[in-house]
Design a binder for this molecule. Structure first.
Ligand SMILES: [Zn+2]
Length: 261
């Protein structure tokens, strides 16, 4: 099987648009629709016909271009069953454990509530890539607009079960700000220090920091590292090493600190 081709481009202020193309069938999916005009222009540049939209969640910078793109391409819109009423033009409702094909490529759905109640991610196991929307970011995670810390922690744990070399396509270029926060709660993490420096030099050249890999996130993302003694101490929990630290509580405090960072 020819590997899936992924075309990534900036949209709006700090979103990324993604086109996912199967050469053999010609099927092409847009992951979310931050900006209809940009996505349609990128499709014609690549000379690809859009067959699908994969929506991760209902926010306007993810589903706002659905109707205009559907009118222009007659594509099929796939989105979260748990949030069908808020996904414009939705045709096919999917949820946790569902699997379907994009051409020859299996696509598996995980429900990842937290950022919104109906957020889903799209995982292509044979290609080793995951489109995670606003659930996980490079060194960050989505704000908890509609979910509890326990829900989001559970959602992130589903992601951490994937292989470490899984390429993670997150929907925003938030990495540099996320690195500054991560260093504030785990300043002694050498992998994080190294990565922050690398991110600064990429951004200085105006290069993207997306995709990341799951392994890199496990090593540097504070929202996947509540078991770090340095983090639990810096958010005001644990530190003595004697009592059990509640990982959800560490995660919740880390998220709350980030909200006001
Ligand atoms: Zn969002």
């Amino acid at each position: 099987m020819i590997p899936i081709e992924i075309h990534m481009f900036p949209c709006l202020n700090d979103n990324y648009g993604f086109l996912v193309h199967d050469q053999e069938s010609g099927f092409t999916a847009a992951v979310d629709t931050p900006e209809a005009e940009t996505i349609l222009a990128e499709l014609s540049k690549k000379n690809w016909n859009l067959t699908h939209i994969f929506n991760t969640h209902h926010h306007a910078d993810h589903a706002g271009g659905n109707i205009a793109i559907k009118e222009a391409t007659e594509c099929l819109i796939i989105g979260p069953r748990a949030d069908a009423s808020r996904i414009p033009g939705i045709d096919k409702l999917v949820g946790d454990g569902d699997e379907f094909l994009l051409g020859g490529h299996p696509v598996r759905i995980f429900d990842t509530p937290g950022h919104t109640r109906g957020h889903i991610i799209y995982y292509l196991p044979e290609d080793g890539v995951a489109f995670v929307g606003d659930t996980l970011f490079a060194m960050g995670c989505g704000r908890l607009f509609e979910g509890t810390p326990a829900q989001m922690w559970n959602s992130l744990q589903k992601l951490t079960q994937l292989p470490d070399d899984t390429e993670i396509y997150c929907a925003h270029e938030y990495t540099q700000a996320n690195a500054r926060f991560a260093l504030s709660v785990e300043p002694g993490n050498q992998a994080l220090i190294d990565r922050a420096r690398e991110v600064d030099s990429l951004r200085a050249r105006n290069e993207p920091t997306v995709p990341t890999t799951l392994g890199l996130e496990k090593a540097t993302n504070p929202f996947l590292r509540p078991m770090s003694l340095e983090i639990s101490t810096n958010v005001g929990l644990g530190g003595s090493g004697t009592e059990e630290v509640d990982l959800v509580e560490v995660f919740a405090r880390t998220r709350a600190l980030k909200d006001s960072f």
